[in-house]
Design a protein around this ligand. Structure first.
Ligand SMILES: Cc1cc2nc3c(=O)[nH]c(=O)nc-3n(C[C@H](O)[C@H](O)[C@H](O)COP(=O)(O)OP(=O)(O)OC[C@H]3O[C@@H](n4cnc5c(N)ncnc54)[C@H](O)[C@@H]3O)c2cc1C
Ligand code: FES
Length: 512
């Protein structure tokens, strides 16, 4: 047999010398013809599959924290003991093998079966989830994983099952991801798990006293526990002279498909807004060979979120790919294909894509009298001001123990993790949501990872080089690290996340 990189990897079935770990805690190899990672934690050893179940990230390049391993790409977390996906964005377990120490070697033996869910002790009569996004789906998934056997219903205003929303501005929009990648779960998943997914089902009102929701189509439904995961809606900008068919927003699968349809015959597009979504869209349009002009009022893209240095880097990156920026400008008028800017410049465009931010979808909660503060207010257990009603994801503002502030973010991983924690709390676990906020953004071949949360800072420290790009940018206030941006330094990002978790634990009184 020809020697390939795979066959050169050690076969753990034959035993692996402990001394060969050296300083590493993760070693790549194989067993049963599958790629396996052998992990070491002190005197304990574990074996799990090499690739993350989210997008296949290489777990051997991840970080061992306690008896878990964290994925380097988007920080999913797996148990080393049984392969269970403990934290989103991975929702599925990885395979796990029993290991045995014989003499000075570790042997990988047979695969271990994933744990079977035990019946949850606390069983509400039913759980209704309003919102078919990442947070809602992750919650339904966790309810079943935790052994909840009662009815679970997801009410979604969307016309398709929950999708991988981050991909809608990236590979899918660029034309490099297949359509099958976009649904978070296949259709039979809902049937097998007995999750009743009702599409085209917008909830129009909520009666907290009678524990009942009313749908736009007139149907009512009672609930034992309720989870609001209504997400956020794009801010719509009035643009003089523009027809509806010229203006595109990007939130849903249908939005992304509509842009692709337009892009197929377009030569030139104007993107309004230089936030993450606007810039990811710009990159995807360039990948399709379309001329892109970005118009935004700020002086540097992403400056408010990541500071001037990272903003300049992002701008240069896009310029190197042929994007033209009109910063400090707005669109004043559209006439046919002519887009007039506040500077008087006229840009040609087949259509415009507006990325002017989002607003949390609070109407339902507000009308029901739940406490609102620029989002639905929740406590550390993600419960709203009404007991038994929880809120998660883009719509929720929660007390973040890391900053000591009530924050609301628009991060995929946070939304899914909140869904998972709220599901456990619906079943009576009383688990605090204390995850370190994390998000990523992809521009061409550059992935930017962000851990922590810094709305303002008094010092920025750049380790490495943005131009390389290979760096870690630390945002500090009063000498304390609030957030870290990394490019090409995934391990450093994971270590920063773990350090923030440790810092929080060290501040808590014992037993809290
Ligand atoms: C194009 C795009 C790219 C992104 N890329 C990234 C990224 O790279 N990294 C990152 O961290 N984050 C990214 N995000 C942000 C991330 O997708 C969001 O944080 C996440 O989707 C929030 O999930 P959610 O479930 O709270 O809300 P949503 O995903 O918005 O889901 C809300 C759901 O509620 C439904 N709904 C609303 N009101 C009602 C009602 N009254 N009745 C019934 N249903 C209702 C909606 O139809 C929808 O199904 C991106 C967002 C977009 C739009
Ligand atoms: S590939 Fe592992 S978290 Fe995304």
């Amino acid at each position: 047999m020809a020697e390939t990189p795979e066959t050169r990897k050690p076969d753990f079935k034959n035993g692996f010398p402990i001394r060969d770990f050296g300083d590493c805690s993760l070693i790549s190899g194989q067993a049963d013809g599958e790629e396996v990672v052998l992990a070491r934690r002190g005197d304990e050893f574990f074996a799990i599959a090499s690739h993350c179940t989210h997008y296949g990230g290489p777990l051997a390049d991840g970080l061992v924290v306690g008896d878990t391993v964290r994925c380097p790409w988007h920080h999913a977390c797996f148990s080393l003991r049984n392969g269970v996906a403990l934290r989103a964005p991975a929702l599925d377990s990885v395979s796990c093998w029993r290991v045995e120490k014989v003499g000075d070697k570790i042997f990988v033996r047979e695969k271990v079966s994933p744990p079977v869910p035990k019946r949850a002790a606390d069983q509400p009569s039913s759980v209704v989830i309003v919102g078919g996004g990442g947070a809602g789906l992750a919650a339904a998934d966790m309810l079943r994983r935790e052994g909840y056997e009662g009815p679970v219903t997801i009410m979604s205003a969307d016309d398709v099952p929950p999708v991988d929303r981050p991909n809608l501005s990236k590979d899918y929009l660029a034309g490099t991801a297949q359509e099958e990648w976009i649904p978070l779960r296949p259709a039979d998943y809902y049937r097998d798990r007995k999750i009743d997914l009702l599409l085209h089902s917008r909830v129009s009102s909520l009666d907290t006293r009678k524990k009942r929701i009313l749908l736009e189509n007139g149907r009512t439904l009672e609930f034992g526990a309720l989870l609001l995961a209504t997400g956020a809606d794009p801010v719509h900008l009035p643009i003089e002279g523009a027809t509806d068919s010229q203006l595109h927003y990007l939130r849903t699968f249908a939005d992304s498909k509509a842009i692709i349809r337009k892009a197929t015959s377009a030569k030139h597009v104007v993107v309004v807004g230089a936030g993450f979504i606007g810039l990811e869209v710009a990159a995807s349009m360039r990948a399709r060979g379309i001329l892109v002009d970005v118009v935004a009022p700020e002086s540097q893209p992403l400056e408010r979120i990541m500071g001037a240095e990272v903003g300049l880097f992002i701008r240069k990156l896009h310029e190197a790919h042929g994007v033209t920026f009109h910063l400090g400008r707005t669109v004043t008028r559209v006439h046919d294909r002519a887009v007039t800017l506040s500077s008087g410049t006229v840009v040609d465009a087949d259509f415009l894509i507006l990325g002017a931010g989002v607003r949390p979808s609070v109407t339902l909660a507000e009308q029901a009298g739940l406490a609102i503060d620029r989002g639905i207010e929740v406590n550390e257990y993600l419960e709203t001001s009404v007991a038994g009603i929880f809120a998660v994801g883009d719509v929720a503002r929660w007390p973040d123990p890391h900053t000591g502030e009530r924050i609301r973010v628009e991060h995929w991983v946070v939304a899914e993790r909140q869904g998972q924690v709220a599901a456990k709390n619906i079943l009576g676990h009383r688990e605090k949501f204390d995850a370190v906020p994390f998000f990523w953004s992809q521009h061409y071949d550059v992935r930017i990872n962000y851990v922590g949360h810094a709305e303002n800072w008094d010092a920025v420290d750049i380790d490495g080089s943005l131009d390389a790009p290979d760096c870690a940018v630390t945002y500090k206030k009063g000498g304390r690290t609030l957030a870290l941006v990394t490019i090409s330094r995934d391990l450093q990002s994971l270590k920063a996340e773990a350090a923030m978790e440790t810092e929080l634990r060290s501040q808590r009184p014992a037993g809290a």
